[in-house]
Design a binder for this molecule. Structure first.
Ligand SMILES: [Zn+2]
Length: 59
């Protein structure tokens, strides 16, 4: 079976998603281009909680 994190697409464009970010109450699945810098800097599989924001980097 495939990993659900794979094949996910960016919510803002059609590119492959590299992670998920939750900013307040807004959740977005984002590609490299649309991800926050903090998310891009994270290692694959890492997740980070910064107050109101939560980031998950896909593998
Ligand atoms: Zn995108």
């Amino acid at each position: 079976m495939s990993n659900p994190a794979i094949n996910k697409k960016c919510d803002l464009c059609e590119k492959k998603a590299i992670g998920m970010q939750i900013l307040g109450c807004v959740q977005q699945t984002v590609c490299e281009e649309h991800a926050e810098k903090i998310l891009i800097a994270m290692k694959p599989g890492e997740s980070k909680n910064c107050g109101a924001c939560y980031y998950v980097r896909y593998e």
